[in-house]
Design a protein around this ligand. Structure first.
Ligand code: CP
Length: 328
């Protein structure tokens, strides 16, 4: 209980409760908020690099009054060969009550939760999932898209919204978590990219999934134009994950000409679209600096929402007060 390993089993009511707790915690005065997890111990266990996820979980924990400790694979006994299970048991013996885990292997958070019995928050596991990212992305849409109240009302709240996720879908845990979560809230998800980065059924969700809510469109210009003329639109750009390409040949010049979101493409095809990127972004590759810094961009909002949502996830993980259920 309290773990967040995947979005697959999160009911709409539970998503709504996380977002409602996020709102409450964000509005709270800092001294009051700092009492909620005062004296509690949270371990941040990172086997892969991270800026946003690690820092926001750490700041979230500290703003709730918790103590944090960071264990990284680069400067711990993991380098000497200590297993994930033994590392987790060691952290538990030192008093950790919750572990935030980023790991290169899909499924590692499940193993850690099982072997320690502690609540585990999946901070990204290999090419599998990044559930807290999907939740912060959702909050960003609810607060930035026109006509949204900032709240999750029910499973149709994102009705009429199309989210075009573009780029390295194959290696993207962000794409997988979003593609599982957003259709359940009424959104249409279009995956866009070349065959190398978006084979049929890249996410193992059954390709154009049974509900028809996840589609593939390889032509980025077409995806932008058709969607923009059809309602509210989000373009979520993804980084090419060079560290996971392993022998896969990609012509970057060709990729940029077909898939880079630059000012000209955005203004010509979808001038009203909300632009998102989970980061880290490579300016000049998947996205131009002008678009990243422009008025359509919600990239910094995503980062801020990461801190807010992760406060709620920590409160939920530790069973602290103030996390009420929500009926939708
Ligand atoms: N979005 C995201 O996971 O960024 P980091 O790798 O910097 O944590």
């Amino acid at each position: 209980a309290g773990s967040l390993l995947t979005v697959a089993n999160l009911a709409v009511e539970e998503v709504a409760a996380i977002l409602a707790a996020t709102d409450r915690l964000e509005r709270m005065a800092a001294p009051e908020r700092a009492k909620i997890l005062a004296g509690r111990r949270i371990a941040l266990l990172f086997y892969e690099s991270s800026t946003r996820t690690r820092t926001s979980f750490e700041l979230a924990a500290k703003s709730l009054g918790a103590m944090t400790t960071l264990v990284s694979d680069k400067s711990s006994s993991i380098e000497k060969g200590e297993s994930l299970k033994d590392t987790g048991l060691t952290l538990r013996a030192l008093g950790a009550e919750c572990i935030v885990l980023r790991h290169a292997n899909s499924g590692a958070p499940y193993l850690l939760a099982k072997s320690t019995g502690l609540p585990v928050l999946n901070a990204g596991d290999g090419m599998h999932e990044h559930p807290s990212q999907a939740l912060l992305d959702l909050r960003t849409m609810l607060t930035r898209l026109p006509g949204m109240s900032g709240r999750l009302i029910n499973g149709k709240t994102l009705g009429g919204v199309t989210v075009v996720i573009t780029g390295d879908i194959l290696h993207s845990r962000v794409a997988r978590s979003n593609a599982m979560l957003l259709p359940r809230l009424g959104a249409r998800v279009v995956l866009c990219g070349p065959k190398e980065l978006l084979p049929e059924d890249a996410l193992g969700l059954g390709g154009a999934d049974s509900s028809g809510a996840v589609e593939i469109e390889r032509d980025f210009d077409k995806a932008l134009k058709q969607t923009a003329s059809n309602g509210t639109m989000v373009v979520m750009m993804l980084r090419i994950q060079r560290e996971r390409l392993a022998g896969l040949e990609l012509d970057l010049g060709d990729y940029i000409s077909r898939y880079q979101l630059d000012e000209e493409r955005l203004m010509a095809r979808a001038p009203e679209a909300l632009v998102m990127h989970p980061g880290p972004m490579i300016r000049g590759l998947e996205i131009s600096g002008e678009v990243a810094d422009g008025p359509n961009s919600a990239i910094e909002d995503q980062v801020r929402n990461g801190l807010a949502v992760r406060m709620a996830l920590l409160v939920r993980a530790l069973g602290a007060g103030g996390f009420e259920s929500v009926t939708v």
